[in-house]
Design a protein. Structure first.
Length: 453
């Protein structure tokens, strides 16, 4: 009996202890919850207290600032300007842009070509001449040792051929090919931009250098048709033939507007400036589509002259405004269609000082009108100095120097070649032609050449 009672008593005590443990655990959890709740509540009110404290301080600060501003004398914009020391210049962004215009980038190949040239090669690059003036022969019909010796001594930039150099198709092709090979071997073995360029004056009718297989309408007939597609097709055909002969530049089309009685009547597209402009642009487009460079001529327009220009300065009663409104139109159209060269004659124009000078040595005409007004970026070349400078008050050599310094990139000489070349070389060496002007001309020349290579 006692044993059973003892067992029952032990079980009761275990149950009591178990209930006590559970109760203690519950109390512990409740206490923990109460503590956490208290911390949360206390933190909330603590944050509220801190926020109220800072808001109160901010309000006091703002009130003091407002009070100080109210008692401070007002300052005008003029009085508020902060002066700067006299030796410091404040330059606006607009002023900086005006004073330092962005320089156009130059192709690396062109810079490399120019950097590799000697002074002799740079002087030669400025010249277009005939094979006869270069070699001293009466009529050059083949290229041999004489051509080789002349080109090695005088590295000219361009040769111009005419009908006296033509015997037949095969001969003419061989003449040009051999001449270019000789030049390339001497100067262009490492840079093709240094190759020789070849030009002709070919319109298929009035000015003929080579025999064309197809009949080409004359410029007056093209103009009178009123359809500029005819001019495009005519010069597309001319360009196709020039390609066969490895010719690079065609001195065409004529952009003179030939008024009644003009000496250019047989070579001009007509007397209506708008029609001539349309035809000239289409002609340039036709040549360009055959990868032939157009040399448009004769700026600023000689269609009002009754006789061909002579040496010295050709007089005109036209003002600059007259030329702009009428004679410029065909040149504008041709430039828009991609003409690469523009030839300048000796028509009298006023320079920056108001003095009448031949166009080809007028710096304001070349820089302000051709480069500025017309936006031309190609090569500016003179007409043949042997003709237009013959009776000038200065020599052909001095005319060449004046033209280059006025902004022309190349000069055309058909006689006194050696003397003119040497004069330009001496001018480069003694600084009469600055390095900046020389490099500017060479960049124009090699940019033109790269465009068709």
């Amino acid at each position: 009996m006692k044993k059973d009672n003892k067992k029952t008593s032990s079980e009761s005590r275990r149950k009591i202890r178990r209930r006590r443990q559970i109760r203690n655990q519950i109390l512990a959890y409740v206490l923990l919850i109460l503590i956490m709740f208290g911390i949360g509540v206390g933190g909330y009110y603590g944050v509220r207290k801190l926020a109220d404290f800072f808001n109160e301080k901010r309000a006091e600060t703002e009130a003091r600032i407002s009070e100080n501003l109210a008692t401070t004398p007002s300052v005008s914009e003029e009085e508020a300007v902060i002066s700067t020391p006299d030796n410091i210049d404040i330059v606006s962004e607009d002023a900086v842009q005006e004073e330092v215009p962005e320089e156009p980038s130059v192709d690396a190949d062109i810079l490399e070509a120019i950097a590799s040239m000697s002074a002799e090669e740079k002087a030669g690059a400025l010249i277009m001449t005939t094979p006869e003036a270069l070699t001293g022969v009466t009529a050059a019909t083949q290229a041999g040792e004489g051509t080789k010796a002349a080109l090695e001594k005088y590295p000219v930039g361009m040769l111009i051929y005419d009908k006296d150099n033509w015997v037949d198709s095969d001969q003419f092709k061989a003449l040009i090919s051999k001449t270019k090979d000789i030049y390339a071997e001497a100067y262009a073995s490492e840079n093709e931009l240094r190759g020789l360029f070849v030009a002709v004056k070919e319109d298929g009718s009035t000015n003929k250098t080579i025999s064309l297989d197809s009949e080409i309408s004359s410029a007056p007939d093209l103009g009178s048709s009123g359809d500029n597609t005819n001019a495009y097709q005519a010069y597309l055909a001319i360009g196709s033939v020039l390609n066969e002969y490895n010719i690079d530049v065609d001195i065409a089309p004529l952009c003179d507007v030939a008024v009644e009685g003009s000496y250019e009547a047989k070579a001009s597209f007509g007397s209506d400036a708008d029609i001539v402009a349309s035809m000239a642009g289409s002609a340039v487009s036709g040549l360009s589509d055959q990868n032939i460079i157009s040399c448009i001529y004769t700026f600023p327009g000689q269609g009002s002259l009754s006789s061909a220009p002579k040496g010295g300065m050709t007089e005109t009663d036209k003002s600059l405004d007259d030329l702009r409104d009428f004679d410029y139109k065909p040149f504008e159209s041709a430039i828009e269609e991609g003409a690469g060269v523009i030839m300048v004659g000796n028509l009298g124009v006023n320079d920056a000082e108001g003095n009448a000078v031949p166009a080809y040595i007028c710096e304001s005409l070349i820089n302000d009108e051709i480069r500025g007004q017309l936006g031309f970026e190609g090569v500016v070349i003179t007409d043949d100095l042997a003709v237009i400078a013959k009776d000038a008050e200065y020599s052909q050599q001095e005319a060449a120097l004046r033209a280059i310094n006025a902004g022309a990139d190349m000069i055309y000489v058909s006689s006194d070649f050696e003397e003119t070349y040497q004069y330009l070389l001496d001018s480069i060496n003694d600084g009469a032609i600055t390095e900046e002007r020389l490099n500017d001309a060479l960049v124009h020349i090699y940019t033109m050449k790269k465009a068709v290579l």
